[in-house]
Ligand binder design. Sequence first.
Ligand SMILES: [Zn+2]
Length: 152
Amino acid sequence: MNERPVPVADDDSRPYWEAAREHRLELPQCGGCGSLLFPPRPRCPVCLSTDLTWAEVSGRGRVHSFTIIYVPVVRGLEPPYAVAQVELDEQPGLRLVANSVNCDPDAVSVEMPVQVTFEDLDDEYSLPQFAPLGFLPARAGRTMPEVSHDGR
Ligand SMILES: [Zn+2]
């Protein structure tokens, strides 16, 4: 059992977490204007439509901004580590905040190409995180991606 805190799904975010559990990144997509939304919510912020369906996205994007955490702020998460705001390739302005993994925190940079990877927190939740593009996630059975501090 991982000692880190786990998410709490609500009615809006439950499909997001169910897809993440299967290591897929899915976001609500508006049937009115086609916008992808994050975070999940019951109404499109662009056109106010409630006609939303869930769409799988590539999980590829670029670091829009980031910060490096040097002090312990989350139980079970050892600093230093980078927290990045990632803009997905599918849509300008579509940004997720996640840990940056499999990369030395000091090597993270704005515009760095990244791809989603999933950390299994427990039997119910897997956390979407981002690794440098080209990182190959381990196959099923792994418990969590390693955070490298050796600059690779
Ligand atoms: Zn819309």
